[in-house]
Design a protein. Structure first.
Length: 444
């Protein structure tokens, strides 16, 4: 009998690269080896890359020692693949690094719903990052502001002289903005150097340019520069995605209305909005981490943007009903990710994940990431508005509990043992260590 895996591989070979589908039925039922084999065929991975993904040929200590200080080892994070994604007409398998149960399954399920209406439609603005230069002790801030703006061309030329390669490729410093702010230390001139970073995240380039023009700014204003640093509130480097979730696929008008009520709660209450946005970041962080990008920077920018855009902390997604009664979901947030430099260019697993995604630019990567964030958020909203969030979490949580209980008792947590005990824990609604231990003893 031919296996489901073999059928998928044969179909991919027949269709060719342009016809590959991320809609892989039964993917979660396959063994790890079968999933790796399918992903290998899908993304044309080498044997070495497969070894890296399976963690037998991952990050060697010597390379790790060059990445951070005081290395003593590495900390593996579970890596899965979200299926069913179509972003701007392109089929995408999405690597996600996360320790939280149900995240990958939830994103995959939402993406499957969106396939019915054509997938996610995503866009990005130019990859412009902000370098902040803090000018203090300026005697006349208005006069200082004018002096800087009068010499803008000179300052931009000086900044660009520090990165000729970026200029050659079409990036570089584009503009200089000056703000006067009141602080507990008095008035300050805060200068925003706007830099097109192309396919890099841009921190190193922006910081270098900001440091280069600071002495000249001091000369022009008579002030003193202290901080010269990139801002993670990248309001000029936004990624957006939109998707339509059909009323029929969701199960009818009651489900649609329940989801819209849940969104209205988040839009009106920062306590709910914080958890709402955390659900978005469950998906976003997992892809950012898998591709070796800085998820702390993305987190900081996302939450700052949620507080900045409307003057109070609000959701990063929005939902409304269209004329057909379907839900239209949108997401927008800063997305300063790169394909050049940092761990993305060094970490072997990150490089393999980028290859699976098949992206060629940082903008394309950002579009996929925000689409995953929208999918993840919608899945959580749907669960909350219908059966509750615990149903999806409990199965995997119960499996973890049984594994921990068995380990504590000095027993091997076999698949057979787990499969026998988990249904009982869920049925009894007693997903606890003590009950798992009792059931294991009964089986023995």
């Amino acid at each position: 009998m031919i296996s489901v895996l073999s059928i998928h591989i044969i179909m991919h070979a027949i269709k060719g690269d342009n016809m590959k589908s991320s809609n892989i039925s039964g993917f979660y039922k396959m063994s790890i080896e079968e999933r790796l084999k399918l992903v290998k065929e899908y993304a044309d991975l080498s044997e070495e890359e497969i070894l890296i993904l399976s963690n037998t040929g991952c990050l060697d200590p010597a390379k790790a020692d060059r990445m951070v200080e005081n290395v003593i080892g590495t900390m593996p994070v579970t890596l899965g693949v979200a299926t069913n994604f179509i972003v701007n007409g392109k089929e995408i398998l999405v690597p996600m690094a996360t320790e939280e149960p149900s995240v990958i399954a939830a994103a995959s399920n939402s993406a499957k719903l969106v396939r019915v209406t054509g997938g996610f439609k995503a866009t990005t603005t130019e990859p412009i990052m902000i370098g902040q230069i803090q000018l203090t002790h300026v005697e006349d801030v208005e006069k200082g502001k004018k002096a800087i703006l009068d010499h803008k061309a000179e300052l931009l030329e000086l900044a660009n002289s520090k990165d000729p390669m970026l200029i050659k490729l079409g990036g570089g410093a584009r503009d200089l903005e000056v703000r006067i702010i009141d602080t507990i230390q008095g008035k300050m001139l805060i200068n925003h150097l706007l830099v097109n970073c192309l396919d890099a995240m841009g921190a190193n380039a922006v910081n270098t340019m900001a440091e280069a023009i600071s002495p000249r700014m001091e000369e022009l204003t008579g002030g003193k520069v202290y901080l010269r640093i990139l801002s993670n509130l990248a309001i000029h480097r936004l990624a957006r995605s939109e998707a339509i979730f059909s009323k029929e696929a969701l199960g009818g008008e009651d489900v649609v209305n329940g989801i819209l009520e849940a969104y209205a709660f988040a839009a009106a209450d920062p306590f709910r909005a914080a958890t709402h946005n955390k659900g978005i970041m469950n998906g976003i962080d997992a892809v950012v981490l898998a591709t070796g990008n800085d998820f702390r920077a993305i987190e900081a920018g996302a939450h700052a943007y949620a507080a900045w855009k409307e003057g109070g902390y609000t959701p990063l997604t929005s939902y409304e009903k269209n004329a057909n009664g379907d839900i239209v979901g949108t997401i927008e947030l800063p997305m300063a990710v790169g394909l050049i430099g940092g761990a993305t260019a060094v970490h072997p697993t990150a490089k393999a994940c980028v290859k699976i995604l098949g992206v060629k630019s940082a903008s394309e990567l950002a579009q996929i990431i925000v689409s995953v964030g929208l999918a993840q958020n919608f899945a959580a909203m749907k669960a909350l508005a219908t059966e509750g969030i615990q149903r999806g979490h409990m199965s995997l949580h119960a499996r973890n509990i049984v594994s921990m209980a068995a380990e504590k008792m000095g027993i091997k947590a076999t698949t057979e043992l787990i499969d026998k005990i988990v249904p009982t824990l869920i049925k009894e609604r007693k997903v606890r260590m003590d009950r798992a231990e009792e059931l294991i003893k009964e089986l023995q």
